[in-house]
Design a protein around this ligand. Structure first.
Ligand SMILES: [Fe+2]
Length: 254
């Protein structure tokens, strides 16, 4: 079994990647990555705000969220008083038109919603509208045989990361069993931290992001961030590993 979180020893020039991303125009191409919400504005994953009820998460009810119009059945984005995650895929595949912009396919309601890196497990290509030579060079040093989705996740203050999960536990464990991994590069913590709840033992964890440059995270565990102080940037790299995943793990949280 692959644990929810583990640090990976991988040193790179975080400042240089950060500046390259900020200067590339990537932030102007991003989409808001939020969730459906209840009437109170809380994420469907934490509808009463009880999983993350501490003071530092109060603003979770003030972020933009999706609401389905009961008359038309269409989803509308309801603006918030504070930002949440923005995302952009840095890689894409021709066979999936939405892969330049979105990271999922299907609907939450009928449980057909799945990440594109689960649905398309052959090599993805770097998008050609961003100039990111140093970032690509850093990612090429990670232990991947080939890359799937490379996601850039950004929070621009004021911002707090919505409570969510990205995939099901069984699907992620199968992904790892088949030799794939999901490695996060911490480019800039923005003074915020990743929080998650291990759904197997209900243990809540805070990852002090300033201590780590790189880690594995099983995103099927409910997770969020507290409020950022400066821009938070992470790159989540999904791909086929060329090494035993567990052999990379240093500090483990489970
Ligand atoms: Fe996530």
């Amino acid at each position: 079994m692959i644990p929810p979180w583990a640090s990976i020893h991988f040193i790179f020039d975080q400042e240089k990647v950060k500046n390259e991303i900020l200067n590339s125009g990537a932030l102007n191409k991003m989409m808001i990555a939020t969730s459906d919400a209840t009437d109170s504005g809380h994420s469907v994953w934490d509808p009463e705000g009880k999983f993350f009820s501490e003071d530092q998460f109060k603003k979770h009810s003030s972020i933009p969220y999706y609401k389905t119009d009961s008359a038309t059945g269409l989803k509308n984005l309801v603006p918030g008083q504070i930002n949440t995650f923005n995302m952009l895929n840095l890689t894409y595949i021709d066979s999936e038109k939405t892969s330049l912009n979105d990271a999922w396919k299907g609907d939450l309601k009928d449980k057909s919603r799945k990440p594109l890196w689960i649905l398309n497990q052959h090599p993805w290509r770097w998008r050609n509208d961003l100039d990111l030579p140093f970032t690509k060079e850093v990612i090429s040093q990670l232990p991947f045989e080939y890359l799937l989705t490379v996601r850039c996740i950004v929070q621009v203050p004021p911002s707090i990361g919505v409570v969510h999960k990205d995939n099901s536990y069984a699907s992620n464990q199968e992904f790892y069993k088949n030799g794939f991994g999901s490695i996060t590069l911490n480019i800039s913590s923005g003074g915020a931290n990743l929080y998650f709840i291990n759904h197997l033992n209900s243990q809540k964890h805070k990852v002090n992001e300033d201590r780590y440059t790189c880690w594995h995270f099983d995103d099927s565990h409910l997770h969020c961030t507290d409020e950022v102080k400066t821009t938070r940037i992470q790159i989540r790299v999904f791909g086929k590993l060329n090494t035993d995943y567990k052999s990379l793990f240093v500090d483990v949280l489970d």
